[in-house]
Design a protein around this ligand. Sequence first.
Ligand code: NDP
Ligand code: MG
Length: 385
Amino acid sequence: MEGKKKQIAILGSTGSIGTQALEVISEHSDLFEVEVLTANNNSALLIEQAKKFKPNTVVITNEEKYKEVDEALFDLGIKVFAGQQSLEEVVEGENIDVVLTALVGYSGLKPTIRAIKAKKNIALANKETLVVAGDLITKLCQEYGVNIYPVDSEHSAIFQCLIGEQYNPIEKIYLTASGGPFRGRLRNDLLDITKAQALKHPNWDMGAKITIDSASMMNKGLEVIEAKWLFDLKAEQIDVIVHPQSIIHSAVQFEDGSIKAQLGVPDMKLPIQYALGFPKRLPNTFKRFSFMDYPNLTFEKPDMETFRNLQLAYDAMEKGGNMPCILNAANEIAVAAFLQDKIGFLNMSDLIADCMEKITFVSKPTLTDYVATDEATRILANELL
Ligand code: NDP
Ligand code: MG
């Protein structure tokens, strides 16, 4: 039995997705085992997790924390490494079956590429990797015979709707969006939004960056681009529908007009479990959905004038090349600046639009071009602040 357990590497185990993945693994310790855990700064939680799950290896990217982690785990025989380079190397470990990418932002790109080249299947939470370099990542997956199992709830929903439909092309997909805490507001209502208001999401408890992205609708924009690459779609095949209850996680329409949707209470543990357990649906004790609790599931058109980020993401996707990479890097700087009270809520879109206009466009970027674009955009965005 021991040899058959799926060996999981969790990149970003101390975050919202990482900790929920560990809960899933705990519930199914007969099926899964932790091989690698990584964190950036949170050494205390990383140590606690390592003591509980006894991985082969841990990585703390902040090198100043290396000594603390190494001393705490030395007696357990757990290998401890530090730094960005180690994060990229650790995914190649020969025992690893699946790499769960739960890092935030651009930091996921290089480790994901290394994991694909080492023929590890990817459970992908880190959507920014596909936004930045979807073309490169999908080609590498084909070349190395690697599967991507989406963790993002909308993409997991679509993935689930596509099971058994390999002969049936997608006509279009409906990506649902909660609309975030500012749904229904107009631009003037958003001028003085504080970060505390933006950090309160109505339906999901997530890391800070994605919570701000959800409030600004950039999260949905990133997800549109993520869907393009995961399911090989054109812009006109991807519709965003605001659905405030977050019960329908997304839907697929086929060529006969039939629509399949996946439903459930909002809980990331389900898509995490589905990605790790694929192709099996595993029993669990998660809360069950009751139709009677939701007599009114409602739908609205997204307001792309107030929430400009969604339009910017569609624009970047249609332009292609390094434009989504520019969008992503500018957004990362914008969100960090908003969280430090350096810019207002609406200024985030201004900054992103500015960068999209000013950074040199590359139509067929290589990895080197993506790295250079990310760097140049961060420099420009910081200057523009
Ligand atoms: P968190 O901020 O909660 O966690 C991020 C994790 O990555 C932490 O373990 C953090 O370490 C680590 N990390 C952050 N920056 C770096 C870096 N530069 N180098 C190495 N490690 C780093 O994020 P979430 O869990 O919310 O999100 C993770 C990804 O999943 C994102 O791409 C997000 O868009 C996606 N996602 C998240 C959902 C959610 O419900 N949270 C839903 C759908 C998608 P430390 O804690 O030590 O700082
Ligand atoms: Mg999502």
